[in-house]
Design a protein around this ligand. Structure first.
Ligand code: MIC
Ligand code: SF4
Length: 660
């Protein structure tokens, strides 16, 4: 009798599971759910946004598949909204016709920011979704595992493959007590976590929220927290699905999508963090990092020039209502410019019909479209030397469109208080009542800007205007790399440092030769020119320190350097999405075996790495010589990643499928 395995099986069944384990085990295609091990997951939904979507859909097209093979695919337009010439509208048209041709939903410009709309219309508890945007974890507020990925990874999954990720460690965030609303808000919870853990504190981890304070938050408050969990470098964040989730789905006309999802009482976690909400204060992140957090009262009195309220972090109806109630009968300070971007058409419509919009306009707010707007430098840049307080999630230098400005991050209630006062202040000092808020029983549902997939796509033609260029493909990796160190950088280099955003650069997202001219532009304006010169002589290498490539999922931060001939990036550690993007475009992500060897390299050095392919197949240790210096780097790739690198990137790898 096979008694022992039966007991083991029984024990495993009886062991309590956390929410992550429950969702992962119901989607596991292969692998073992042990922290650090590669696992393959079945994906329920993939969504794209326009700034990353053009590449994603071009890559999907290159894979020779007629129709997406995931149950749900959605293409949103929300980033590149300014239509000052042919470029952004060309992208929109391409995306609309690509969605029609490949069986995806299409969310028209004006419908809202992808994460907010997805939460309203599509997210479901217990699902696993991917999005080509690092703030996809917003949907974790719904009890969904939602992960940000590069476009090529998304295209590969839409082509019918499992999504591979290293099993993250699961951290429980135990929220003790309850949030002291309305002056202390969900944004303050995530800012406090960033203060404690920093922008690298979440690498390789999923944050699962629990405790009294978690159950007290409603879905949109939860979504603020899971959204900005991206700034911790986390794989994702998730809340339980409970009665609050059911209420939200019911109000959105989707109660049938609800399912309860709670951690078992005896669930175990790799780590537990406690935050006492009774003691939490209004917080603010200072320039130029989301983790440079202090209580606002420490900065009281500092002059504020611009306030921006909205973005995928804080643009729900709840956030807008609170802001409007502060503005009602008040006026924006003379020296302040207040911009407000509601998160979706639904939110916009609601504030228009309940009078909140009139309160905002009358107080002096400048109303923007339901889109990303100033968050991505698509308009709304502050003036030189100015202080901008934003309810957004990132305040990296230059992201606002002006690298000589100073961006702070705070909650909507804190930000609107500062807009009225014209200086930094703890909103508890406001002296103005803030309306207490109850979730609406019914949200107005009108899907007129959401176009469903077609059953028959045979007559659809994909339209590619002059802004749409082919995706460049890399040569397979060479046996010997002999390349110049083009740039040596420090810790926490962001993808905004590598590939800036802003209204001047973003329209080139579908034109790699053109966008390549801006690589590292805000760090060193000569980079692109130097890289192009080095390209003919063996190419370049970039040297970084810890957490290289943090921030957004934009694959252009790998694709454009690849186009400029970058062969390898050598660092002490990488951010997850950027590391995958490098591999996908055939650039070797390498780590100093001895972190102290970072000091042996200088900009301008010529590095020689021999036997690249041999070592890639072997122990993945490579000797690097640079003049008289020698040191070792390692590549730590799994079998699939090795195959991608040797093929010259995932696209070449995937294209092989076309010829089969
Ligand atoms: C961002 O917030 O940086 C973006 C723009 O939404 C990016 C995606 C992009 O670069 O297009 C993200 O967060 O992934
Ligand atoms: Fe858009 Fe900003 Fe959210 Fe990125 S972080 S999706 S740019 S609103």
């Amino acid at each position: 009798m096979d008694f022992i395995p039966a007991v083991e099986y029984w024990q495993e069944e009886m062991l309590g599971k956390n929410i992550v384990e429950k969702i992962f085990s119901s989607h596991l295609e292969y692998g073992e759910m042990k922290a650090g091990e590669p696992i393959g997951l079945r994906i329920d939904e993939v969504y794209t946004q326009d700034a990353t979507g053009t590449m994603t859909w071009l890559q999907f097209e290159a894979m020779c598949i007629d129709r997406v093979k995931v149950p749900l695919a959605v293409s949103y337009i929300d980033h590149n909204m300014i239509q000052s010439n042919f470029m952004n509208p060309d992208d929109h048209l391409f995306l609309q016709t690509a969605a029609a041709s490949f069986g995806a939903w299409f969310s028209k410009p004006g419908n809202g920011i992808c994460h907010q709309v997805n939460l309203e219309r599509f997210a479901r508890p217990g699902w696993i979704g991917l999005g080509t945007d690092s703030h996809t974890p917003t949907n974790g507020g719904m009890g969904m595992i939602a992960i940000g990925v590069g476009g090529l990874d998304a295209a590969t999954v839409m082509a019918g493959n499992a999504f591979e990720v290293k099993m993250p460690r699961v951290v429980k965030v135990d929220l003790k007590g309850t949030l002291k609303r309305p002056y202390v808000s969900a944004m303050d919870i995530i800012l406090e976590l960033l203060r404690r853990l920093t922008v690298k504190g979440g690498v390789g981890k999923i944050f699962e929220y629990g405790g009294e304070g978690a159950f007290d938050l409603n879905v949109t408050e939860r979504a603020t927290i899971t959204n900005m969990g991206a700034e911790l470098g986390a794989t994702t964040s998730v809340f339980p699905s409970d009665d609050k989730t059911r209420q939200f789905l019911k109000a959105q006309g989707r109660e049938d999508h609800w399912t309860e999802l709670l951690a078992d009482d005896d669930a175990s976690y790799d780590e537990v963090i406690e935050i006492d909400l009774d003691k939490l204060e209004p917080m603010i992140a200072q320039p130029h990092s989301p983790d440079a957090v202090v209580p606002i009262k420490e900065l009281a009195g500092k002059k504020v020039d611009q306030v921006c309220i909205g973005s995928c972090t804080n643009s729900s109806y709840q956030a807008m209502r609170a802001v409007a109630s502060v503005l009602r009968g008040n006026r924006v300070a003379d020296a302040v410019n207040l911009h407000i971007n509601p998160g979706s058409k639904q939110v916009y419509e609601m504030i228009a019909s309940d009078g909140s919009l009139a309160d905002m306009i009358s107080a002096g707010a400048r109303m923007l479209e339901a889109s990303c707007g100033p968050c991505i430098g698509m308009g709304g840049s502050p003036a030189t030397g100015q202080v901008s307080v934003r309810t957004y999630n990132r305040n990296f230098k230059g992201r606002s469109g002006n690298k000589e400005a100073f961006t702070y991050l705070a909650s909507p209630v804190s930000a609107v208080a500062m807009a009225i006062k014209g200086e930094m202040m703890d909103p508890r000092e406001l002296g103005v009542g803030i309306e207490s808020y109850n979730e609406p029983d019914v949200y107005p549902i009108d899907n007129n800007l959401l176009i469903p997939p077609l059953d028959d796509t045979s007559t659809v033609a994909i339209i590619k205007g002059p802004n749409i260029k082919d995706v460049p493909v890399k040569e397979p990796v060479a046996e010997k790399i002999e390349a110049e160190v083009l740039l040596k950088l420090g810790d926490n280099i962001t993808t905004d440092d590598i590939m800036p955003a802003g209204s001047a650069v973003l329209p080139f997202r579908s034109n790699i030769p053109a966008i390549s001219e801006y690589v590292f532009f805000n760090v060193d304006e000569t980079f692109s020119k130097r890289a192009t010169e080095a390209k003919g002589k063996g190419g370049g290498v970039i040297v970084g320190a810890d957490n290289y490539g943090q921030g957004s999922s934009r694959e252009h931060a790998a694709l454009a350097p690849m186009f400029l001939g970058v062969q390898a990036v050598i660092t002490r550690s990488f951010a997850r999405i950027h590391r995958s993007n490098l591999i996908n475009f055939g650039i070797l992500p390498m780590l100093f075996e001895d972190p102290a060897d970072y000091d042996k390299v200088s900009q301008g050095d010529k590095l020689v790495i021999k036997d690249v392919k041999k070592n890639l197949e072997g122990d993945q240790r490579y000797e690097v010589t640079s003049g008289k210096q020698k040191f070792t780097v390692i590549s730590d790739l799994n079998d699939r990643e090795k195959e991608i690198i040797t093929s010259g990137g995932l696209l070449s790898f995937a294209r092989k499928m076309c010829s089969l």
